[in-house]
Write a protein that binds this ligand. Structure first.
Ligand code: ZN
Length: 242
């Protein structure tokens, strides 16, 4: 089965629509959380995800939209966006986000927002990844939260972990007995210097993971953010992917 993996849509409907089109060839879609926060279309994104994704989990921004006190530890822009999102969230979206689990499975793959050990944890280096491999059983785990496409492989014979390069159009072969932590990057707010929406395709039969980058109408998403009165930085960063 070919599973499209998306994460961190963050209310960016333009990026989500383009990404769903680019993933039209997959058998199933899963979402790793943060449907809302930052972008100007939280409800439209929830409604699309609700029907498009077979399995979804929620992220820290989804939880903050349901309970504003959780935004206290966010930076100023994220907090302003969380308050705005909480205010405009419709009942359908509220119930949807509230119903999502923090962890799920898609076939043999584990799905988490931040890390297996902590839904709000960040995996940004091999040392952190190694700890997570010790704490999970899954052969393949998908995670988001960092907004960076990244991959780590774990070699069980000597318990070592190595970062693995992910390039669009160059499927990574997931060769056993190694285990993998894989991040498809962010659909709605990429932070790796490439403004294109980021997503991935996991083929559990072929044992491959392929990164995809998708052009979308950044200008329109920016315009909506500014018109909604959200912090201008949330619009400008979409242009640089930073
Ligand atoms: Zn996020």
């Amino acid at each position: 089965m070919r599973i499209g993996v998306i994460s961190d849509v963050h209310g960016n409907l333009e990026a989500l629509s383009a990404t769903l089109e680019a993933l039209a060839d997959v058998d199933q879609l899963v979402c790793l959380g943060d449907a809302v926060g930052y972008g100007a279309n939280p409800n439209e994104c929830c409604h699309r995800l609700m029907t498009a994704c077979r399995i979804a989990i929620r992220g820290n921004h989804d939880r903050a939209a349901l309970d504003e006190s959780l935004a206290d530890e966010f930076n100023a822009e994220a907090r302003a966006a969380a308050f705005w999102t909480a205010e405009v969230l419709d009942r359908t979206s509220w119930f949807y986000l509230n119903a999502l689990p923090d962890v799920a499975e898609a076939g043999s793959a584990l799905l988490v927002h931040g890390a297996p050990s902590d839904p709000d944890g960040y995996i940004l280096c091999a040392e952190q990844a190694q700890l997570e491999f010790f704490l999970m059983d899954a052969t393949v785990c998908f995670f988001g939260h960092t907004h960076l496409p990244e991959a780590y492989s774990y070699e069980p014979s000597d318990a070592t972990v190595a970062p693995v390069g992910l390039l669009p159009g160059e499927p990574l072969s997931l060769a056993g007995p190694r285990r993998y932590l894989l991040n498809p990057g962010s659909v709605g707010q990429p932070r790796d210097g490439d403004p294109r929406a980021s997503c991935g395709v996991f083929d559990d039969q072929a044992g491959t993971f392929e990164l995809r980058r998708v052009e979308y109408n950044v200008g329109r998403a920016q315009e909506k953010i500014l018109r909604a009165g959200l912090p201008p930085f949330l619009a400008s960063r979409l242009e640089t992917g930073g």
